[in-house]
Design a protein around this ligand. Structure first.
Ligand SMILES: O=c1ccn([C@H]2C[C@H](O)[C@@H](COP(=O)(O)OP(=O)(O)OP(=O)(O)O)O2)c(=O)[nH]1
Ligand SMILES: [Mg+2]
Length: 147
């Protein structure tokens, strides 16, 4: 549903693209390191068993440092409000100017398992076990940090 009639309906740039682009409904300037919540003027009803994920656009990320704070944002199947995007300017020096109508992020819809969790006394053994957070080694560029 378009909550803002002048905003473009989310579209894929090319057949087969995973994401449909979402546009900003307002002009905003994001200072270096700052974040701002921007409306897209779009509300959707996803089928149960799917989720909408809000991803940054790689071109904007590479060119200007624009990203999404909570990437990927989660749009629940039952959500009927306006999709909003929490943008962040990762550039250290230059503000980012977003204009109403600019394509700021992309929505990817995926299937999800709606698992019911059951409490148990113990878990089965695996080769990984409880090792995580770098336990397998191979970190890039951690000079002097004891990696
Ligand atoms: O980038 C996003 C992320 C979320 N939402 C909306 C849709 C989603 O279904 C709802 C809740 O999102 P989430 O569960 O991530 O946020 P929360 O902080 O846990 O809020 P809640 O308590 O409402 O679940 O907010 C957006 O519009 N954009
Ligand atoms: Mg939540």
């Amino acid at each position: 549903m378009r909550l803002d009639p002048d905003i473009a309906i989310p579209q894929r740039a090319h057949d087969g693209d995973a994401g449909v682009d979402l546009c900003a409904t307002a002009d905003v300037t994001i200072e270096p390191g700052e974040r701002t919540l921007v409306g897209t003027g779009i509300a959707i009803a996803l089928p149960i068993g799917t989720v909408g994920l809000i991803h940054p656009r790689s071109g904007l990320a590479a060119k200007s440092g624009l990203s999404v704070v909570n990437t990927p944002g989660t749009i629940d199947a039952g959500y009927r409000g306006e999709i909003k995007v929490c943008l962040i300017n990762h550039d250290l020096r230059t503000p980012i100017v977003v204009r109403r109508g600019d394509r700021i992020a992309q929505l990817v819809v995926q299937k999800v398992e709606l698992v019911d969790f059951v409490e148990v006394e113990s878990l089965d053994d695996t080769t990984r076990g409880a090792g995580g957070y770098g336990s397998s080694g191979g970190h890039a560029s951690l000079q002097g940090k004891g990696a």
